[in-house]
Design a protein around this ligand. Structure first.
Ligand SMILES: [Zn+2]
Length: 352
């Protein structure tokens, strides 16, 4: 038996034996190729991610910009409409002064009344105007819950007022226009002369300012009667009826629900200097002349002027001033209107 004939199994370490140089070179080349492939794969992946990000931004950014400008993200249709050359600007007739007046009512309604108050409801029909198309003197727009009146005034200012609602400071009350509701009472009242004489805050502030100016001019004023509640006015009126009869009572006093004093915006003022402490002589005082000339500067009008009884329904009351705000008081003066009825185009109210 010879050893040459015996087949010894290859020892396990044979594989780790040094390989021929050619094999090592081939293996190195294969590894290098593998590394190049990995690099190419990484480059491709990074490129793909960049392309995806750019594509996402291309979609998202215009959508975000569109939202910033208040339009819908899909701005296609509106952009298409906007880019169409439109003949409207050149062919539409230029707005007339009347168009602008009615637009002013709409703007006031939108900005001031609808936003802040919300009581006017929907408009009933178009605004109606007096005067010519190019020179309207007054436009009125009725709403379910009130009326807005537009008046031009000198200096390019316009007045838009709500004349029906007693909660506004431009409500017009007279013998044909009772407060609605007749038992109306202001939400807030502040003292103007002790605890018994009160007015709405805006009117009280203006009155104080007017009194300061009058005192400065050497013509001090004092409050005679400010706010009167429905019940108080009822007693006052009944007192007049009892003393002088219904006819005279209606000339000198107001029925409850029809008095400006019930709005909290009207006040009777008297001379505080001591030379005249009563209504009967107030008209002949320097104070009365000062009030007639200057009340508008503080937002008041002398509500019942001399010679306007047929419109206001009241005899001359130089002591009775009504707060309407500085702007409207100035506008009333600028237009030369003698009464608030004239100013707002409301019917005369000689009698009930
Ligand atoms: Zn009065």
């Amino acid at each position: 038996m010879t050893t040459t004939g015996r087949q010894r199994p290859a020892p396990p370490h044979v594989a780790r034996a040094p390989r021929p140089a050619a094999v090592r070179r081939a293996e190195a080349a294969a590894r290098a190729q593998q590394r190049r492939r990995s690099r190419r794969r990484r480059t491709f992946l990074v490129g793909a991610v960049v392309v995806l990000v750019v594509a996402a931004l291309a979609v998202a950014v215009p959508a975000l910009l569109g939202r910033d400008h208040g339009s819908a993200p899909q701005a296609g249709p509106s952009v298409a409409v906007a880019s169409q050359p439109s003949a409207t600007p050149t062919t539409a007739p230029a707005p007339t002064a009347r168009d602008l007046a009615t637009a002013a009512i709409t703007t006031a309604w939108t900005d001031r009344w609808r936003g802040a108050k919300g009581f006017l409801g929907t408009a009933s029909g178009p605004a109606s105007c007096t005067g010519s198309e190019d020179d309207p003197t007054r436009c009125t727009q009725k709403f379910a819950g009130g009326t807005l009146v537009w008046r031009p005034a000198k200096g390019g200012t316009v007045t838009v007022a709500q004349t029906d609602d007693p909660a506004t400071d431009l409500v017009i009350v007279n013998k044909q226009r009772p407060l609605d509701p007749r038992t109306f009472a202001p939400k807030k009242l502040v003292e103007v002369a002790g605890p018994n004489e009160v007015m709405r805050p805006e009117a009280a502030k203006a009155l104080k300012s007017m009194f300061r100016a009058a005192s400065k001019a050497g013509l001090p004023l004092v409050v005679h009667s400010a706010y009167r509640a429905y019940g108080v006015q009822a007693s006052t009126y009944e007192g007049w009826v009892a003393a002088h009869g219904k006819k005279q009572a209606d000339n000198e006093s107001a029925r409850p629900g029809y008095s400006e004093h019930q709005t909290g915006l009207a006040v009777d003022v008297l001379d505080a200097s001591g030379s005249c402490g009563a209504m009967t002589c107030f008209g002949s005082t320097k104070q009365a002349a000062w009030v007639a000339k200057n009340a508008w500067r503080y937002g008041f009008v002398v509500r019942y002027p001399k010679g306007e009884e047929k419109t206001t329904g009241y005899v001359y009351e130089p002591w009775h001033v009504r707060y309407v705000g500085k702007k409207v008081a100035a506008d009333v003066r600028a237009t030369g209107a003698k009464t608030l009825e004239d100013f707002f185009g409301l019917s005369a109210a000689r009698t009930y």
